[in-house]
Design a protein around this ligand. Structure first.
Ligand SMILES: [Zn+2]
Ligand SMILES: [Zn+2]
Length: 420
């Protein structure tokens, strides 16, 4: 066993993870609050699955060609010899929970959401962490393209409500198991013909998953891919009708969108609809949320034959562009001098808190002047000052730190003064 000789005071957060400190948490809570309120308005309910899952859950769900997800999984062996993975995405956990608890037999709609941490073990870089946070939204068992449109409308509303100013909605259809193989054949032929213009990675994709060539950010590959056939020209009648109905739904909502035939999304389980909403102000990697339909996933897991659609939104990205600011609660600082005043202060704070007023007493044995200095430094709205004389009189000094106005009040009347 190696001895860790580091000074315990030098222990830092695990590489690729980061503390969200109290001064940032306010904005997280404000944004999460809006997110929860909006999605619940559409009938989604929170489903909290464990952070750790059996590794095979993700290997099974992402398909053999989704080596990206598998390569980046945060996987370890536990003390019982089981292979455990910190979830890299949420959808497989929801699928597992539905099957495990037979949620499909219950009357409630299969509409779920979750906000929390996801993990991937890749090279940490600026703005990318090994622990990051997502909102995940899932609907199961609703085949109609109207739900696809409603989901995009909900995402759009959500972004507006958190104060994201400018967005663009990109949509596409990636076909289904009936029509995609035919398209992939044509695409592969074109990609093979253009092989000398593609990067090494894309040449490999030509054989494994040519759709992924569209994800390549290299200029040469993008130019070559611009001439490749697009999936929307190869949809079967069912996929084509679904795509038309989806667009008609968006039109009915009056939502602007752009059909982007090269939007294929990174994960192979998508069928029919895919979409992304990009926010200006996020630079090149500007998608703030993305999702689509995965009608075969539940079946592939051995569950009931339920179609599905959902999206995931990066919370770090959302916070970077969100205009919502946390509301600051005005609070009372109780300054006291002497033991009797301390007891009176504690009792007063107890009464004020019972009435929903935030109160702070610091038990640090400081002088009155130092306590009042703390009150203004910390941004208290009011200071309640209790000295020996105030205790004797049963009336405390109540000072507004905004304008310096001072009142005198019995403990029961303090709340009236501070609430105006
Ligand atoms: Zn199809
Ligand atoms: Zn490439």
């Amino acid at each position: 066993m190696t001895q860790d000789k580091r000074d315990p005071r030098s222990i830092a957060a695990v590489k690729g993870t980061k503390d969200i400190l109290p001064d940032e948490v306010g904005q997280w809570q404000a944004v999460e609050g809006v997110v929860r309120r909006i999605v619940e308005l559409y009938g989604y309910r929170e489903l909290r699955a464990p952070v750790i899952e059996p590794t095979e859950l993700f290997e099974k769900g992402t398909g053999e060609t989704s080596d990206i997800v598998i390569k980046e999984m945060y996987t370890f062996t536990d003390k019982g010899g089981r292979s455990i993975t910190l979830r890299p995405e949420y959808t497989p956990s929801v699928v597992r929970a539905i099957i495990e608890h037979r949620l499909d037999l219950k009357p409630e709609p299969l509409r779920y959401y979750y906000v929390g941490p996801m993990f991937r073990y890749d090279k940490p870089q600026k703005g990318r962490y090994r622990q990051f946070h997502q909102l995940d939204v899932e609907v199961f068992g609703e085949k109609d393209a109207a739900i696809d449109a409603e989901l995009v409308e909900m995402a759009d509303r959500l972004l507006r409500e958190v104060g994201v100013a400018e967005t663009e909605t990109l949509i596409n259809s990636v076909g289904c198991r009936a029509c995609r193989p035919g398209y992939l054949r044509v695409l592969r032929e074109k990609a093979e013909a253009a092989e000398e213009r593609l990067c090494e990675d894309c040449r490999r994709k030509t054989r494994t998953n040519p759709l992924r060539i569209f994800d390549c950010k290299l200029e040469g590959c993008r130019e070559a891919a611009a001439g490749f056939p697009v999936v929307t020209d190869h949809l079967c009648a069912e996929c084509s009708a679904h795509f038309s109905a989806f667009r008609a739904g968006l039109d009915a909502y009056g939502l602007a969108y752009r059909v982007e035939p090269r939007l294929v999304r990174g994960i192979d389980y998508y069928t029919k609809t895919t979409f992304e909403i990009v926010a200006s102000g996020l630079g090149a990697q500007s998608a703030v949320l993305g999702g689509g339909r995965y009608d075969d996933l539940m079946k592939d897991y051995g569950g009931p034959d339920l179609c599905a659609i959902g999206f995931a939104m990066g919370m770090e990205r959302l916070l970077a562009v969100a205009g919502v600011k946390p509301e600051k609660t005005p609070f009372v600082y109780l300054a006291y001098i002497g033991d009797e005043a301390k007891r009176a202060g504690m009792e007063t704070a107890r009464r004020l808190r019972a009435q929903g007023v935030e109160c702070l007493l610091e038990y640090k044995d400081k002088g009155l002047k130092a306590q009042l200095g703390r009150a203004s430094k910390l941004g208290a709205a009011w200071a309640v000052i209790i000295g020996e004389e105030e205790v004797r009189k049963g009336r405390f000094a109540v000072k507004s730190l905004a304008d310096g106005a001072q009142h005198e009040a019995a403990p029961d009347d303090i709340v009236k003064i501070i609430r105006g």
